[in-house]
Design a protein around this ligand. Structure first.
Ligand SMILES: [Zn+2]
Length: 211
């Protein structure tokens, strides 16, 4: 049965067919997602991620990451331990946090597959340009919920969905490893399902609070 990968509702409709690619739209959470049979293989995904040349010395990239770091930083203290979930092969976000005196563990299924870090609880978790790659978003957000301590923050950066008519030519959709797309309503629903409070501090940023 085809169900929304984000909220598991079966109230979905085919949104767009582009050649072999099928995109579904969820009527409950508002997500748009690629049909799982269109997902790229893990080995192709890894090759694709290695091509991303995100360097911390690049000031534009640093400023981009600060959009997520700043609102999280305001909520936490330097005794708190965080997790950068899906940090990639060059964990720039974590190194910026570390430069401010915070402790950040790293996890990435391809590049830092250290399962031990998934046995602890964290006061903050970040996903920078990660959630759009989730093959099973509902399971991933549940996993993150289990990693979050009481009184903790979860910050996400991803480009939010544009208007429906712009979707087909949207650069973000064209990335073959981007398989799920979110709008404000989607994040509100994700928060609602896990009893997280939801904040939108700036464009393309969502901050969740777990009591
Ligand atoms: Zn949904």
């Amino acid at each position: 049965m085809n169900i929304c990968t984000v909220c598991k509702s079966s109230n979905i409709d085919l949104f767009l067919k582009l050649g072999k690619l099928l995109y579904w739209g969820c009527n409950v959470c508002g997500s748009k997602y690629l049909d799982p049979k269109n997902y790229v293989s893990n080995s192709d995904a890894k090759k694709h991620y290695l091509k991303h040349n995100n360097s911390i010395t690049d000031l534009n990239y640093k400023n981009f990451l600060l959009k997520l770091i700043e609102p999280v930083k305001d909520k936490i203290s330097t005794v708190d331990i965080g997790l950068d979930y899906g940090c990639g092969f060059a964990p720039a976000l974590a190194s910026i946090f570390k430069s401010y005196g915070f402790k950040v563990e790293l996890y990435d299924p391809f590049f830092f597959p250290n399962k031990d870090v998934l046995l602890k609880k964290y006061k903050f978790i970040t996903c920078s340009e990660v959630v759009e790659h989730f093959f099973n978003p509902s399971d991933e957000f549940d996993k993150i919920n289990n990693l979050l301590d009481n009184n903790s923050w979860f910050g996400v950066m991803t480009t939010f969905l544009p208007k429906d008519e712009l979707f087909e030519n949207w650069y973000y959709r064209r990335d073959p490893t981007h398989v799920v797309f979110y709008k404000k309503k989607t994040f509100q629903h994700i928060g609602y399902q896990r009893n997280w409070q939801v904040f939108f501090p700036s464009e393309n940023i969502v901050l969740f609070y777990k009591k």
